[in-house]
Ligand binder design. Structure first.
Ligand SMILES: Cc1ncc(COP(=O)(O)O)c(C=O)c1O
Length: 345
């Protein structure tokens, strides 16, 4: 049976070119900072994102955690979206391991945090308050329909941060989806942030890894936190080799995923019971609901799955479908046909 896996872009598998590059990679001990392939990846990433230096890490979660630990001390407070991945899906690592206090601000559907709400959330000095240290943004904002934050919005947040002496961390797990959707250079979206994490293992198709980019001094500190968390990975150049291919070949094709997402959203909208606003989902992530007289959301999920189309059913009966390199235009059309056959029976 043909499998069309729409649960996440983390399902992407390494390309043939990646597999070859991994096998051939020249490696060394990265804890000794002697892995030439990791150096190449880090230099490439820093250059692409317009930062001085970069650090290769095992995952996006580790990249975000290392960033927060590098920016904040115990008892410091960070401001972040109530629909952000760091707040919802990273096991509360910032509190458990860093003693960092998360202060959420409501995410709007376009992924932004209203500037006024953000400013109001910044603590003034008072004996009772934890000091605000950092603002975290996410671009694209996964749980806000995969929305890209614009450079203008990023500029406004950076200006606010500077006014109050705060740092800005960007969870840019899908930053290249954002720059693709906005048709701009990715640096337009990273220049405002003091630290940026991006994922190699999602739409870019590498099997493992994320990269953290910032100033040279900051990255030196982050490197120590990575070691403390057990993230010193020795001959990980074999993994970084795939990351290099991901950066060389993965970015330009993200537009295809966005196009397939648009096709899927428009097709789903025509089906009975499906509630989706295609224009609200501008990148590779779609969210929709089902209110159908004969088919419950759970039944839809199971019947799609039985025919090889895998979706995520989240809290509140919300479905998520994430387009990715493993899902072609033909797969997209076939997923739509299967959905239609279930909902129009
Ligand atoms: C926005 C965002 N940030 C961070 C992460 C964490 O990445 P990882 O799964 O590599 O830990 C994810 C994962 O889906 C994500 O969607």
């Amino acid at each position: 049976m043909q499998i069309v896996d729409l649960r996440s872009d983390t399902m992407t598998q390494p390309t043939e070119v990646m597999r070859e590059a991994m096998a051939r990679a020249e490696v060394g001990d990265d804890v000794f900072d002697e892995d030439p392939t990791i150096h190449r990846l880090q230099d490439m990433a820093a250059e692409k994102l317009g930062k001085e230096a970069a650090l290769f890490l095992a995952s996006g979660t580790m990249g975000n955690l290392v960033s927060l630990l590098t920016h904040c001390g115990r008892g410091d407070e960070i401001l972040l979206g109530d629909r952000s991945h760091i707040f919802l899906n990273e096991v509360g690592g910032l509190s458990a391991l860093g003693g960092i206090h998360p202060h959420t601000v409501a995410n709007q559907d376009d992924g932004t945090l209203a500037l006024e709400a953000l400013e109001n959330a910044i603590r003034h000095s008072d004996l009772h308050y934890p000091p605000t240290r950092l603002i975290c943004l996410e671009n694209t904002q996964n749980y806000c329909f995969g929305s890209p934050l614009t450079p203008q919005y990023m500029d406004s947040v950076a200006e606010l941060a500077r006014k109050y002496g705060l740092m800005v961390h960007l969870d840019g797990a899908r930053i290249f989806n954002a720059s693709t959707a906005l048709s701009i250079d990715v640096r337009e979206l990273t220049r405002q942030a003091d630290s940026v994490m991006f994922s190699l293992s999602k739409g870019l198709s590498a099997p493992v890894g994320s990269v953290l980019c910032a100033t040279r001094d900051w990255v030196a500190k982050a490197r120590k936190w990575r070691k403390m968390l057990g993230g010193g990975m020795r001959q990980a150049g074999h993994l970084a080799a795939a990351g290099i291919v991901a950066l060389e070949t993965g970015v330009d094709r993200l537009a295809e995923d966005h196009q397939n997402a648009r096709t899927l959203a428009q097709g789903l909208k025509r089906l009975p019971g499906i509630e989706i606003e295609p224009e609200k989902n501008p990148t590779n992530i779609l969210f929709f609901k089902l209110d159908h007289p004969q088919v419950t959301p759970r039944e839809f999920l199971e019947q799609m799955d039985a025919q090889g189309v895998k979706l995520l059913l989240m809290e509140g009966g919300v479905f998520r479908a994430v387009l990715n390199r493993m899902v072609t235009r033909e797969h997209t059309a076939s997923a739509l046909e299967i959905a239609k056959s279930i909902l129009t029976r």
